[in-house]
Design a protein around this ligand. Structure first.
Ligand code: DC
Length: 224
């Protein structure tokens, strides 16, 4: 049986880093689905299309080819064959990804691609709609969150370490705005699946979160 673990949660909950570590511990792949929406957003920006124009974005994305490949267990995300992994973490791409991921035509294609990837290998998949839409039957579903102020604090520290001096108040404001967009969009908004286990990391270290998720997985799939 293919192992499928769904992890959903809002921006800044530490999903990516935690999902990487859990996947490594379990010796399975980690699919970061946000990277796929970011890649489409990059394509939209490069094409000179306004990310808030649904019809234009939908048409533009219909022809875009997004692929995922693994190199030494690490995800590389490709746009029409070009490895864009290093180009999709900018603020501009983040903001555009939040907009283009609202559109049903965009989501339909990405959901199908993610389901195909999940069927091919043992995977931990992180995103916003994995437990609710992409893999509604996943045997393990985690909803990972933390208080907005704590998520903004962590994001702010990460950005400072990279030399980005955006003030904390602005980081918090932008995070609240992305939460609002992700949670209120009409198609597959971010929400906790009814059968997902809630992990609130506000008062937890990263290591504690990893341990708690590994033990939830082992409770279902057995010790690995
Ligand atoms: O996780 P992230 O910040 O890299 O995701 C980028 C954007 O894509 C974010 O605004 C939410 C959206 N997204 C989504 O709608 N569904 C997913 N499964 C993953 C990400």
């Amino acid at each position: 049986m293919t192992i499928n673990i769904a992890i959903d949660g809002p921006v800044g909950a530490g999903k990516s880093s935690i999902a990487d570590q859990v996947a490594q511990r379990l010796n399975i792949l980690h699919l970061d689905t946000g990277a796929m929406y970011r890649t489409l957003a990059l394509h939209v920006l490069r094409s000179g299309v306004d990310p808030s124009d649904e019809a234009a974005v939908s048409a533009c994305c219909e022809r875009a080819r997004v692929d995922v490949r693994y190199e030494s267990g690490e995800q590389r995300t490709l746009l029409a064959g070009e490895d864009v992994t290093g180009l999709i973490r900018t603020g501009e791409v983040s903001a555009a990804a939040s907009l283009v991921s609202r559109y049903p035509a965009v989501r339909r294609r990405m959901v199908r691609a993610q389901q195909e990837l999940a069927a091919q290998a043992d995977m931990l998949i992180d995103g916003r709609d994995i437990g609710t839409r992409v893999l509604p039957d996943a045997p393990v579903k985690i909803y990972l969150t933390a208080a907005p102020e704590e998520r903004a604090r962590r994001r702010h520290l990460q950005q400072l370490a990279k030399g980005d001096e955006t003030p904390y108040e602005q980081v918090l404001r932008e995070l609240n705005e992305r939460d609002r967009q992700d949670m209120t969009r009409k198609t597959d908004p971010l929400r906790q699946a009814e059968d997902a286990v809630l992990v609130d990391s506000t008062q937890m270290t990263e290591q504690q979160v990893v341990e708690s998720i590994v033990s939830i997985v082992e409770g279902v799939y057995g010790k690995r």
